[in-house]
Design a protein around this ligand. Sequence first.
Ligand SMILES: Cc1cc2nc3c(=O)[nH]c(=O)nc-3n(C[C@H](O)[C@H](O)[C@H](O)COP(=O)(O)OP(=O)(O)OC[C@H]3O[C@@H](n4cnc5c(N)ncnc54)[C@H](O)[C@@H]3O)c2cc1C
Length: 413
Amino acid sequence: MSHTGPLKQRASRTRPGRTALISGASVAGPALAFWLNRRGFAVTVVEKAGAPRDGGYPVDVRGTALDVVRRMGILPRLREAHIDLRRLTFLDTDGGEVASVDPRALTGGAAGQDLEVRRGDLTGALHMAVRDDVEFLFDDSIDTLDQSGHGVDVTFRGGTARTFDLVFGADGLHSRTRGLVFGPAARFHRHLGLCFAGFTLPNTFGLLRETVLWNAPGRAAALYAVGDERDDVHALLVFAHPEPPPRALRDPAAQRELVTQVFAGAGWEVPGLLAALRDADDLFFDGVGQIRMDRWSRGRVALAGDAAHAPSFLTGQGSSLALAGAYMLAVSLDGRDHTAGFAAYEHGTRPFVTVNQDLIGEGGATLFPATAQGLRRRDAQLRRLAAAPPEAGRAGGRPAHSALTLPEFTPPA
Ligand SMILES: Cc1cc2nc3c(=O)[nH]c(=O)nc-3n(C[C@H](O)[C@H](O)[C@H](O)COP(=O)(O)OP(=O)(O)OC[C@H]3O[C@@H](n4cnc5c(N)ncnc54)[C@H](O)[C@@H]3O)c2cc1C
């Protein structure tokens, strides 16, 4: 287990008060740590990986979430890291071009405002913003939680034990904290009928800051080039699978086997992608799903980000919900005990989460049509879109992205 961050905290930002443990140091975790620290919490973040989560696939920061990163002071840094993917080209089963469109025309992004950054750039900026003020425990994770006393007694896998006033699960779609406090994921996980495999490979395709998406009914292969030829491209193989595949979700060999089977005989560059998949050392496989829960807290433990309300990558809103939710959680605890604070968090955040989770209908059907008829219909829409004036109807972004106005966060007196 490695420790970073001062146990000696900056006096101007931290007054000894309530203590908080956050599980997860990706997006929701560090954002929550930042805002809790600003309100006088002594914060510890535990992360099972050895460092903040890196990874170069693009994530979006839009609407309300832009206000969160602006208030954190990291907006300029993220603006510099903006990828600005220039086009999204759809290919048919033979690899012929169907249509090439401005990505924002589909994602509902606001031109000149919304950000698309490598995930590592976002987690890096968030970590930098808090690392001097909170304690980080890398290579460790929560083993047990016990709320029977006046705080939460925590044992860590690394062998230590501590007590915190509050504990937060920001440990993603498969949150262990959620499992310990709320029970098995099956109760909250809504499978959306798709699975995906993501990995990187050399950019031998000559792609420059663009996405190419090949579709056949129920199967799709995407290449995201977030830089130029010197950067690896991110491949995403997505396919229809009505139920989550239990064996493949656990076993990398079974993942490769399933994906190879599903994409056998596919055209375009897919055979080369399958060869790259076999050798990839960064393969990431999962079902496409959402987390929908009736409540996000129990006792002194609350959930944030994907752990509480994953919207799935079909909405492109995972990072934005994680940022906005973390802010709302911290601000809701201001001047309130945890019971009232957690209730205020849910009350203030849930409508925003729901309207964004409900965007899946739009993303899934557009990007991954399941039937030949659906694919033909989609392609016809895309051709119309490609022929439309470039800025039509998207100057302000999709209303759901900004459907929450952040309350003010007054600095401690
Ligand atoms: C392939 C893919 C593409 C995506 N594309 C987009 C996109 O285009 N736009 C977008 O906005 N979002 C996208 N997302 C989603 C986005 O990455 C997440 O919604 C967002 O990162 C949520 O942040 P989070 O901090 O809640 O959870 P996560 O980013 O999942 O982070 C959870 C953290 O908790 C840690 N952790 C897990 N278990 C434990 C444990 N037991 N103990 C300690 N630490 C633990 C993990 O290591 C990780 O650091 C995509 C996701 C995937 C997988």
